[in-house]
Design a protein around this ligand. Structure first.
Ligand code: GRF
Length: 203
């Protein structure tokens, strides 16, 4: 199966998935990495890893629909079976999301449905949470609200600030995303009728 990974920034989750792909038993290859930010570190990482890297600057498109269409064209040109959002910071329109329904995943650095959107770690700290974490979910039109594939909980430690908590969660993300993605690639977790169907033992 062919993955297209979308990034806007650092690309550390891309790196984690690329490492997983090196395993011979891994059921997929990365067909392309696409970024809406030509200067994204994640795009440079893709090039270093020898992966096809595509810069698709959203600012070069007149509106969201035009960008989404260009993005879908690039994804389809790469022959994608799965679209993997890894720190992709553009909101995607409903037609785009429907086009890849059931085969597009995202990772979010909170225990959804808590703290969708931006500044998750600051909000978790402000709320006095003792547990933070990350969620891999299928992408649906409502931002950060799709059916949950897998989550990992991470403790909030006394004295944590946004940076220390984010760093601890990120380490957990790098384990979670390849694992959750693999379950989807193997059909052990699927989206059906808007909900999750999981193999016994994984629910
Ligand atoms: C991660 O925290 C991810 O959960 C969020 O954006 C961040 C991306 O980090 N969606 P990276 O670009 O993968 O390093």
């Amino acid at each position: 199966q062919r993955l297209v990974i979308l990034v806007s920034g650092r690309g550390s989750n891309l790196g984690a998935i690329a490492r997983a792909c090196r395993d011979e038993a891994w059921p997929a290859t990365i067909a392309a990495v696409i970024s809406n930010r030509p200067d994204a570190a994640g795009l440079a990482l893709a090039r270093e890893l020898g992966l096809p890297a595509v810069a698709l600057d959203h600012r070069a498109h007149p509106d969201r629909a035009a960008f989404d269409t260009a993005l879908a064209d690039a994804i389809d040109a790469a022959g994608a079976d799965w679209v993997v959002l890894a720190g992709f910071m553009r909101i995607l329109g409903e037609p785009f999301v429907q086009r890849y329904a059931g085969r597009m995943l995202n990772i979010h650095p909170s225990l959804l449905p808590a703290f969708p959107g931006l500044h998750t770690h600051r909000r978790a700290l402000d709320a006095g949470c003792t547990l933070a974490g990350a969620t891999v979910h299928f992408v649906t039109p409502t931002l950060d609200h799709g059916p949950i594939v897998a989550q990992v909980a991470v403790p909030v430690r006394p004295g944590d600030d946004e940076a220390s908590l984010a760093a601890r969660v990120l380490v957990a993300e790098h384990r979670l995303y390849p694992q959750a993605l693999r379950w989807c690639l193997e059909g052990r977790v699927r989206l059906r009728d808007g909900g999750i169907v999981a193999e016994p033992g994984l629910e």
